[in-house]
Design a protein around this ligand. Structure first.
Ligand code: COA
Length: 156
């Protein structure tokens, strides 16, 4: 059984994240989307809200579970018996941070591999904070996030 963890803040989930989730679901037997409270970011949505939005969005994929976690990612991956951590790469600017994180995680847990998937070019410009800003100022985010998320951004 090959199990992958796809971690992130998902504040909120975007179509770019969904693209990575759907492709990861085709590659692995089980995928755990793991939502983290990143202490370096002030969240717009609570962990509970973020998990609920991803559950709704990922409902068509039966092998995808959604959870939240605190602490070190490699500890969580071990607890979940996941062999792989999946990360999406949008542009060269993501590379330094991702490279450093992958090597640090490998140092702590050599048995866990980090897999990088190139984000679809359609979503390579996307980020959750841009989506939040555009929505805040009344811009059109209909092609950036799943439909359920548009409503939540309007309400929150
Ligand atoms: N499509 C659209 N946007 C994407 C994307 C994609 N495919 N992939 C990443 N992004 C965006 C996110 O929306 C987010 O945007 P924002 O900064 O505007 O909110 C940004 O890229 C990066 O966020 P994310 O992927 O959620 O990463 P993160 O830096 O918040 O958290 C963790 C990364 C969770 C993997 C890392 O913080 C972690 O492992 N934490 C646990 C503690 C730990 O183990 N630390 C040691 C690490 S070596």
């Amino acid at each position: 059984m090959k199990r992958a963890i796809y971690p992130g803040s998902f504040d909120p989930i975007t179509n770019g994240h969904l693209d990575i989730i759907s492709r990861t679901a085709r590659l692995f037997d089980q995928v755990v989307v793991a939502v983290i409270r990143n202490p370096e970011k002030i969240p717009r949505f609570s962990l509970k809200q973020r998990v609920a939005m991803i559950k709704q969005t990922a409902a068509p994929f039966p092998n995808v579970a959604v959870e939240s976690f605190a602490g070190l990612l490699v500890d969580y991956a071990r607890e979940k018996k996941a062999q792989v951590i999946v990360r999406g790469l949008r542009a060269v600017s993501d590379f330094d941070y991702e490279f450093q994180m992958a090597l640090t995680n490998r140092k702590m847990a050599p048995e866990i591999e980090t897999f990088f998937l190139m984000t679809d070019y359609k979503y390579s410009y996307l980020s959750s904070s841009f989506v939040r800003q555009i929505s805040h100022f009344g811009g059109d985010i209909s092609e950036m996030v799943p439909p359920g998320v548009i409503d939540k951004l309007k309400q929150n």
